[in-house]
Structures are given as structure tokens and as C-alpha cells.
Design a protein around this ligand. Structure first.
Ligand code: WT7
Length: 630
């Protein structure tokens, strides 16, 4: 939806709230349906049961690919840039991408994948990843992409939870100067018992020799020789599952967030168009990995639904040096650049010299996502990358929301550093107080919740609907609860403060404190642990672990390394604590509950006022912890 100015925004917003079903039905009719929906919405937040575009039949790849063939067959759909700046890029026109997706879909069919089956995709950022995602959608299989930085253990958990039938992977991967034997991680995961897996399809990235299990493992390049490019899109129901994506919460293991076809398609397409306002010749670059929701919605689906050109980058911002992002923008004339605050802070720290040699005149709009952006980073981004001319859209949303919810729009929204801004038309956020009542006034802080469904709201957590209800729909009756705290300023702009639950946001990646504690506790020297977040200059939040060992380690550095290794094995390198403090006991109440409030204060380095500690079983523990703080 191309909204031109703030007055138009306000008027559309008003209509969207007064008559949401009509609003969304109109948005949805801009997509191609095999048969139209008969009813726009049915909802009940108590169960929860939300259905959009009921009885509609479509296939998201018809809208991402086939639809553009008539007028845009030769337009570039996807540009792939290698980790290695010397390796030549690959460009896919819409016609070629369509063809490759159909071939891949036929490979999946030949390997036994049927409509409704779950396919786990564990791959580096190579074109085959995008093609695999779309190929699943083409035949109605459910994709579950697992970020290739997760460990074998974490991968196995996700495969088992989804009961996936097939894994698509690669021989290895390159990121910066690092090489990872991806296939070996898959083997290790499958060795630990993933009985649902029948086939492993291996793409060739590095040309390595890998172990192949006979009857189970096949090479993608061999399989592609056996198929043609003819694969009609499977007609799918609006509420059929499109994908599962695992994300961390405050309790237990990561859960599989489920998105369905009709609603996700409409919302990913609508938000991409509305927020970024890409033009016909623009080049859109989202730096997120496809292993996260941002990569799903704004590297693949959002841009392709709109017939845009999307750039996929295999590497990291600091290889071969901290100028890589700017070099790539210069090389392709990127117009829209969407990245995470943590990347901006890291590049800011390496100095503006890395920016100076590149021509960034092509840029029209900048975006951020994943965590609050601090004012300093916002200003640096605005001045040194946007040269003061490009608006910044600070987009707030979540894996569970499927797409952007609160954000500036295109070129006209008010620009206020550290504020996500106004809700998109169709989105009804509220701030709730401690009693669960809506705070109507501005300049107040509260719990951020949403009071009306939007098309890509989470439908369930895979295999455990009750968990979905408990996590998102039971804290406040008849609201979707986000887990975030927020403030509304005098003009109604939202500023996201951060999580109010036990979730830590490290460089835009989400971890549950319980999840990291469980990983640490797997180390045999560890008796128990407590994990909290603390402000980290680059990562936004860092992980601080208080660890009780059987006996105080004689060489703490060595034990620390061992614990880091355990976490790497259990979850992956990205979850390694930044600080580990060994303590003799954790501060617990008489009922055995850990007083995290105190640990958070210690981790933040603010021990001047620890508040009431009288309910602690052993208040002396606190003194020891304060003294040993890192
Ligand atoms: C959590 C969701 C949405 C894609 C990436 C993260 C935080 C996200 C912002 C923002 C402040 C933000 C929230 C949210 N968050 N965007 N623009 N400003 N905080 O997805 O892993 O599902 O995490 O990220 O705390 O709840 P996710």
C-alpha cells in the first residue's frame, strides 16, 4: 500500500480500525487466489483460534513467482553476493528463479516429500536456500529453517519436534575466514536419533568430500539431473501451514512458531510494500540470515511477493574488512538497506574511515530491526550511511507476528531516534498496566499487547497448542501479549523498552534464560546456574551467568572455557555467555525461587540499591556475589 503522507496514513489507519475486516479483505484481494475466500476472519483469542481468508485457495509461490512472469520475467528477482568478494555474483531473473524452484520442487517430490510433510532446511546463505524454501511452498510441504549456526544438538531437537522427513543441507559453509562442516553437524544430529528423517539432500557449496549414508543421503546436483522444470503449484488452503520457525521463550525448549499460507502471504506482502515503498528499479537488501524470521519475511517472501529485486549476502559485515556492507551497496546500487542495530554499532566502533571510500548515493531508505536502537547508533547510521538524506524505519515486530507491526513508513513518518513510531494500518497495539487495564493516556509506559488479530498472527506452537495459549494469550484476557514493555510519547509514537520476561536479546537473537541455564547445567562440574542479561555496547544485551560448581574451580579460566564449550554444543556459539561468575550459592527466597532482580542489578554493575533482600533464605550470599562481580 503506497501511502503518500501522514494525513493519508491517519485516515487509512482510522478506517482500518473501524472496519478491519473490510480493510484486510481489500488488501488480500490484491493477491492472486486460485479460489477466493468466502469469509475474511474468525477469531477467538481465548482458545486461541484465528483464521483469515477462510476457504481461500492459493499458493504463495504463484504470488512470488508465476504472477510476475507476464510482465517481469526478465527482471532480476534475486542477486546473490558471495562471502568472497572476488567470487562472481549470481543473478536470477524471475523466469530463472521460477524454473529453479520448480526443479527443486521436483527433486523434493522424487525424494518422497508430500504435501504437509515437514522439511528441515539447515544451510548457509546460498541461493539453494531461498530456492529450497520456495520449493517446499510450491508443493505444500512445511519448511522449518534452522539457522546454520545452531549446534547438532539444537538441530536434532528441532528436527524431532517437527518430525521432519527430509533435511536439506550443504557440504560446508564459509563465513568470513571461518569454514564449517555443515553436513557433519547434520550427521551428528541424525546419529543422536531423528527417526523421522528419510532423506538428506546435500548441496555442494565448497566442493568438499563428505560422508554419505547410502540410501539416505543424496547430492542435490545429481538429483537435479533427473528432473524437469515443470511443477504446477499445489493449491493450498489459506489456513494450511506454510512454515515452522523455532524461537526461544522464557520457559522450556524453543518452540515452533507456526505461520499459515493466506495470512502470512498477505501480511508479508503488505508490510514490505507499505513500510519500504520500493520502486520498480529499486534494489532491496535485508542483511538477516534466512534462519530468522526477518530473512523469511524481508529477504524472501516480502520482496518477491512485490516483484522487487532482493539481495542475498553470504558473508559477514567485517570480512574482508568493516567496509563490506558499504562496498556491496556501492557495487549494486542498493536503494533500501535493512539491518540490525548490533551490526551498526559494531561498524560504528570500527570507525567511519571504512565508509568513506564508497559511493552510497543510491540509498533512499534505511531500516533497522531486532532490538532497540540507541540514539548514538541511530545518529551515526543517519549521518554516515544515509548522509542525512535517508529516512530510517525502526521496525518493531516478532517471529510470532510474522511481519512488521510498528514502524515509520516510507519517507514521511516522524523521525525520532530510538522510537519505532506508529502502528501500521490494521494493527491495534495497546499498553497495559499491572492490572491488565489499557492505558489510554500518552507519555506512559506499560506492557505492549495487541487487541485485534492481524493476518500473520501466530496460529499455534507446533505440536503444543496449550503452550501457545499460555505464552501469548493467557497473561491478559483477550489480548495477544508481546513480552515487551513500551512507552508512548506525547505524539503517540511507541518506544520499545525491551523484554519484560526472561528472554534475552543478544545481537537481535533471542534466548531464554532457562534455555541457556539448561545448557550450562549439562556441564558435569555444574550444580546450578542463573542467567541474566546486561547492557552490552555492541550486542545490545550480553549474557551474564552465575554458576555454582560442585566445588569452587581451582582454575576458573579453564572451567569457564569448558562451560562455554558445553553451551556451544548444546545451543551454538551464538549463545555463549559473555561473563561467567562462580558463586557458592544463588540468592533464593525461602520458597526456592531465584531472585533474578538482584542478579540483574549485579550484572548491570548497579549494586548501590539492591532493594529488599529480607525474604532471602541466606542474605549473606548477596555480599559474596556483589564482591565477586565481573
Ligand atoms: C523481539 C522479537 C522481528 C525480527 C527480529 C527479532 C525485539 C524486535 C525491535 C525494534 C526494539 C525490537 C523485541 C521483540 N525487537 N524489533 N525495532 N525495537 N525491539 O525477532 O527473535 O522474534 O524477537 O525482538 O523485544 O519482542 P524475534
Amino acid at each position: 500500500m503506497k501511502i503518500q503522507n501522514i494525513e493519508e496514513y491517519h485516515s487509512i489507519y482510522k478506517q482500518s480500525v473501524e472496519n478491519p475486516e473490510q480493510f484486510w479483505a481489500e488488501v488480500a484481494r490484491q493477491f492472486e487466489w486460485i479460489s477466493p475466500f468466502s469469509e475474511t476472519l474468525k477469531w477467538d483469542f481465548e482458545k486461541p483460534d484465528v483464521q483469515w481468508f477462510i476457504n481461500g485457495k492459493t499458493n504463495i509461490t504463484l504470488n512470488c513467482l508465476d504472477r510476475h512472469l507476464a510482465n517481469h520475467a526478465d527482471k532480476t528477482a534475486l542477486i546473490w553476493e558471495s562471502n568472497d568478494p572476488k567470487e562472481k555474483e549470481i543473478r536470477f531473473t524471475y523466469a530463472r528463479l521460477h524454473e529453479e524452484v520448480c526443479r527443486m520442487a521436483n527433486v523434493l517430490k522424487n525424494n518422497g516429500v508430500k504435501k504437509g510433510d515437514r522439511v528441515c532446511i539447515y544451510m548457509p546463505m546460498i541461493p539453494e536456500l531461498t530456492i529450497s524454501v520456495l520449493a517446499c511452498a510450491r508443493i505444500g510441504a512445511v519448511h522449518s529453517v534452522v539457522f546454520a549456526g545452531f549446534s547438532a544438538h539444537a538441530l536434532a531437537d528441532r528436527i524431532q519436534d517437527a518430525q521432519a522427513n527430509v533435511v536439506i543441507t550443504s557440504d560446508g559453509l564459509n563465513r568470513g575466514t571461518k569454514e564449517v562442516a555443515v553436513k557433519r553437524v547434520v550427521d551428528e544430529a541424525l546419529d543422536s536419533g531423528c527417526d523421522s528423517i528419510q532423506k538428506v539432500i546435500v548441496a555442494n557449496r565448497l566442493g568438499w568430500t563428505v560422508d554419505m549414508t547410502h540410501g539416505r543421503d543424496v547430492f542435490l546436483h545429481d538429483e537435479l539431473l533427473k528432473v524437469n522444470a515443470d511443477c504446477p503449484a499445489e493449491p493450498m488452503d489459506s489456513e494450511d501451514m506454510l512454515f515452522i520457525l523455532y524461537t526461544s521463550g522464557s520457559t522450556g525448549k524453543p518452540k515452533g512458531v507456526v505461520h499459515t499460507i493466506g495470512g502470512y502471504m498477505v501480511y508479508a506482502g503488505y508490510t514490505f510494500d507499505t513500510v519500504f515503498q520500493c520502486g520498480e528499479k529499486d534494489i532491496f537488501w535485508c542483511t538477516a540470515d534466512v534462519g530468522w524470521i526477518t530473512g523469511h519475511s524481508y529477504l524472501i517472501y516480502g520482496p518477491l511477493l512485490n516483484g522487487a529485486t532482493t539481495l542475498m549476502f553470504e558473508g559477514i559485515p567485517t570480512y574482508p574488512d568493516a567496509g563490506r556492507f558499504w562496498q556491496v551497496i556501492d557495487k549494486y546500487g542498493v536503494t533500501h538497506f535493512y539491518t540490525a542495530p548490533t551490526a551498526i554499532r559494531a561498524l560504528m566502533a570500527s570507525g567511519v574511515d571504512h565508509v568513506l571510500g564508497y559511493n552510497l548515493h543510491s540509498l533512499k531508505l534505511l531500516g533497522t530491526v531486532g532490538e532497540p536502537i540507541n540514539e548514538e547508533a541511530w545518529k551515526w547510521y543517519h549521518l554516515h550511511i544515509g548522509k542525512g538524506r535517508c529516512p530510517i524505519v525502526d521496525t518493531w515486530w516478532q517471529t510470532e507476528t510474522g511481519g512488521i507491526m510498528i514502524s515509520a513508513i516510507g519517507h514521511f513518518s516522524p523521525q525520532k531516534p530510538a522510537h519505532a513510531g506508529l502502528p501500521l494500518p490494521g494493527i491495534q497495539p495497546v499498553l497495559l498496566n499491572n492490572d491488565g487495564k489499557e492505558i489510554k493516556e500518552n507519555e506512559q509506559e506499560g506492557y505492549l499487547a495487541i487487541r485485534f488479530p492481524w493476518p500473520s498472527i501466530i496460529r499455534t506452537t507446533y505440536g503444543d497448542h496449550e503452550r501457545c495459549r499460555l505464552t501469548y494469550f493467557s497473561t491478559y484476557n483477550n489480548y495477544y501479549f508481546t513480552g515487551d514493555g513500551a512507552r508512548r510519547d506525547a505524539d503517540g509514537l511507541y518506544r520499545i523498552i525491551g523484554r519484560v520476561d526472561d528472554v534475552i536479546n543478544v545481537s537481535g537473537h533471542r534466548f531464554g534464560t532457562a534455555e541457556v541455564e539448561n545448557a550450562i547445567n549439562q556441564n558435569k562440574k555444574v550444580v546450578e546456574s542463573a542467567v541474566v542479561g546486561f547492557p552490552h555496547y555492541i550486542k545490545g544485551q550480553g549474557i551474564y551467568a552465575f554458576v555454582v560448581c560442585e566445588k569452587i574451580p581451582e582454575s576458573p579460566d579453564f572451567t569457564r572455557e569448558e562451560i562455554l564449550e558445553t553451551v556451544t554444543q548444546e545451543i551454538g556459539r551464538i549463545a555463549k555467555p559473555d561473563k561467567i561468575q562462580f558463586v557458592t550459592a544463588l540468592p533464593k527466597t525461602r520458597s526456592g525461587k531465584i531472585m533474578r532482580r538482584i542478579l540483574r542489578k549485579v550484572a548491570e554493575g548497579d549494586t548501590s540499591n539492591l532493594g529488599d533482600t529480607s525474604t532471602l533464605l541466606d542474605p549473606l550470599v548477596v555480599d559474596e556475589i556483589v564482591q565477586g562481580a565481573i
